[in-house]
Design a binder for this molecule. Sequence first.
Ligand SMILES: NC(=O)c1ccc[n+]([C@@H]2O[C@H](COP(=O)([O-])OP(=O)(O)OC[C@H]3O[C@@H](n4cnc5c(N)ncnc54)[C@H](OP(=O)(O)O)[C@@H]3O)[C@@H](O)[C@H]2O)c1
Length: 357
Amino acid sequence: MPDTPPRLQDYVLLGRSGLRVSRLCLGTMTFGTEWGWGSAESAAREMFDRYLDAGGNFVDTADGYTGGSSETLVGKFIRDRGNRNRVVLATKFTFAAEPGNPNSGGNGRKNIHRALEGSLRRLQTDYVDLYWLHAWDGLTPVEEVLSTLDALVRAGKIRAVGFSDVPAWYLARAQTIAEFRGWEPICALQLEYSLVERNIEREHVPAALALGMGICPWSPLASGMLSGKYRRDRSLEGQGRLGAIQQSANPGFLKLFTERNWQIVDALVSVAKEVGRSPAQVALAWVARRPGVASTIIGATKPSQLDDNLAALSFELPEPLRKKLDEVTRPETVHPYHFFEPEMQQMITGGTQVSLR
Ligand SMILES: NC(=O)c1ccc[n+]([C@@H]2O[C@H](COP(=O)([O-])OP(=O)(O)OC[C@H]3O[C@@H](n4cnc5c(N)ncnc54)[C@H](OP(=O)(O)O)[C@@H]3O)[C@@H](O)[C@H]2O)c1
């Protein structure tokens, strides 16, 4: 734990790169109303301005968010403030832009170039600071992905490379190849991470720590569930994103409302009361200080939510309360991970204490 609480003006290096980013990144998947649960331009602009005014410098979007509107709005806001150089602008490629055209999506060279040209146009810039592979496509040879991204860095069109939503084995293989071939390394890893979704702790967190990547958690409030505003005994009707997508068979929604997750919300709400903070601030404070986390991607649909979330780094969670949240949210230990627990390690070291340093 740091002695003084980190603020938005306190920057960290993103993984083993020279890129300086704030500890909270502004997610802009909610910029634009096309998906039925985002914000109109005026609210989006207000949130963008408030984030930058609070000292934030890291903005996350994607080519496909709200059908391209998110990038268009972000591009406009940056142009109007005239501060392109101050913003660490991150966007993504992978999802198909054209039904029936297999080369309009995926991680092959043809699509990466197509996607980047579109993003640069919408963002009104000639370079992206951090270019994310949005999701593993399970198909493209890793050498093609890496050599394409390396060439884009050398051409000055992108400044750094990140991977999102990939298997850990693929990430480790990619980084090892990049190191050996002298290609641009992957400096960041974007995955879902929150009090209700801790599965990345098994493989991805140790991989990121060992391979020099900063983790950027997405949906740190589980799409709003960890704001504490949803209740077991109340209808979701008319209640934010989760109310809007409840009929959509969205897998992200279906996995959320389990008894285990309601118990987590109960514990979170009680901890929030004890520290006199909102549940959203406590949930963000918890994830932002997990090992390997560089910058947490926050989302909001209203400026008041953003203000709430921006205060998440201005307090420390007392150790007993942090432990309480750790305990209630601990992921199940499945095979082969029980071999790496302290009890089994004692059998490996013959009962002695051996540490790395
Ligand atoms: N790489 C990927 O695959 C991936 C996937 C998803 C997201 N992302 C990135 O991560 C960012 C954040 O994701 P997310 O929007 O899902 O984050 P989130 O923090 O889990 O959810 C944000 C939503 O929760 C509600 N909310 C936020 N703060 C609140 C508060 N203080 N009080 C009450 N309600 C609050 C708002 O929705 P309502 O007002 O509608 O309730 C808001 O839009 C995205 O913008 C995007 O940049 C990446």
